[in-house]
Design a protein. Structure first.
Length: 56
């Protein structure tokens, strides 16, 4: 849980070593049936290697 928010938030990162891309998924406060997905960074490897993300 996040302070002052009733909606959980999950963080993920690219599983390729040396790639710093992060993804955040959280429920929308106004309507919890929607999720907001945010990405930070740019993958620094070939797209075929982007097979999975691991939870932070």
């Amino acid at each position: 849980m996040v302070k002052s928010s009733s909606n959980p938030r999950n963080y993920y990162r690219c599983s390729i070593e040396g790639c710093n891309v992060k993804k955040r998924i959280e429920r929308m406060e106004e309507d919890p049936s929607y999720v907001i997905t945010s990405y930070e960074g740019t993958h620094n490897h070939h797209p075929l290697n982007q097979l999975s993300c691991s939870e932070m």
